[in-house]
Design a protein around this ligand. Structure first.
Ligand code: SF4
Length: 261
C-alpha cells in the first residue's frame, strides 16, 4: 500500500517582517514587508497603519519589483554611443566617481553656477540640496518640488494635514475639498477612501483637472482647466479672497467709526 504524499499547502515564505511605508506613490500607505534570507518575498498592507488600515493597491504590492526587476540598474552606466542613441556600458563605481569628479571639477573651476543639478524622487533632498549649495550653484531642484512636496506643503497649510509621513487630510471636518491635477496613475487608495468619507458627509468635492476621468468623474464639480494654468487660477482665487477680506475689514472699520460718532 502506497502512502499519500503530504502536500505543504501553505509553506512559510518568510523568516522576518519589516513595517515601513510604501514609496510607490505619494500616499505613503503603511506596509508590511516579508523577507526570507534577506530578500523580499511579499508585501501587504499594514492593518495597524492609521491611514490605509491594511489596504494596498496593485502598484504598492508590485513595489517588490523595485528590488527584483531584471531591468533594475545594478551598476553605473556610461554612454558610449551618440547622445539619444541609447547605447551604454556598465562601469565600476570607482571609474564612475573619478569621471564625475573630473567633469564637476572642470565646471566648478570655471563657474559653479553653470551646474544645474536635478535629482529624482527620493528622501534625501535635504542632502542633495546641501551638496549643490556647497558646490556653489543655486540651480538645483528635485522631482518633489514639481509633485508631492507641494501637495504635502499645501495640505499642511490649508486643511491641516497631508499625505507623506505627515498623516492625511482632515477628512472628518473638511467641508469643501479642492483637488488639483492628481495624476491618474497613482493608486492613491487613501484619497479614494477620503473622498468616500467626504461624499457620505455631504461635503463638496471640486476637481480641477484638464481631464474628466478618475477622481474628476466622481467630483461634485469638475473644472476642466487648460493645462499649465493652475497657478493663474489659484492666484485669481487668492486675489478674490483677499479682496473680500479687505472689504470686510473696511466695513468693520466703518462700523467702528459710526459707533464712535
Ligand atoms: S496607494 Fe498604492 S502605491 Fe500609493 S502608497 Fe498606497 S499602496 Fe503604495
Amino acid at each position: 500500500m502506497t502512502s499519500t504524499p503530504v502536500i505543504e499547502r501553505s509553506p512559510k515564505t518568510w523568516d522576518e517582517t519589516k513595517t515601513t511605508t510604501c514609496y510607490m506613490c505619494a500616499c505613503r500607505c503603511g506596509i508590511k514587508v516579508y523577507l526570507k534570507d534577506g530578500s523580499i518575498t511579499y508585501i501587504e498592507g499594514n492593518r495597524d497603519h492609521p491611514v490605509n488600515k491594511g489596504v494596498i493597491c496593485g502598484k504598492g504590492a508590485a513595489g517588490i519589483k523595485q528590488h527584483t526587476s531584471p531591468s533594475r540598474l545594478s551598476k553605473p552606466l556610461l554612454r558610449v554611443g551618440e547622445r539619444g542613441a541609447g547605447e551604454f556600458k556598465e562601469i565600476e563605481w570607482d571609474e564612475a566617481l573619478s569621471l564625475a569628479t573630473r567633469w564637476f571639477s572642470d565646471v566648478r573651476k570655471s563657474d559653479p553656477k553653470k551646474l544645474a543639478f536635478f535629482t529624482g524622487r527620493d528622501q534625501s533632498q535635504g542632502l542633495t540640496s546641501w551638496w549643490a549649495t556647497q558646490f556653489g550653484t543655486p540651480n538645483y531642484a528635485a522631482h518633489g518640488g514639481f509633485c508631492s512636496v507641494n501637495m504635502a506643503a499645501a495640505g499642511l497649510y490649508t486643511f491641516g494635514g497631508a499625505f507623506w509621513e505627515f498623516g492625511e487630510p482632515d477628512w472628518e471636518h473638511t467641508k469643501y475639498f479642492m483637488l488639483f491635477g492628481v495624476a491618474e496613475d497613482h493608486g492613491s487608495n487613501p484619497i479614494k477612501a477620503g473622498i468616500g468619507k467626504l461624499k457620505r458627509r455631504g461635503a463638496k468635492f471640486v476637481s480641477i483637472n484638464p481631464i474628466k476621468t478618475g477622481y474628476s468623474a466622481v467630483a461634485d464639480e469638475w473644472i476642466g482647466i487648460r493645462p499649465g494654468t493652475d497657478g493663474l487660477f489659484v492666484g485669481a482665487l487668492i486675489h478674490e479672497l483677499a479682496r473680500c477680506e479687505i472689504r470686510l475689514h473696511q466695513s468693520d472699520q466703518d462700523g467702528i467709526f459710526r459707533s464712535r460718532r
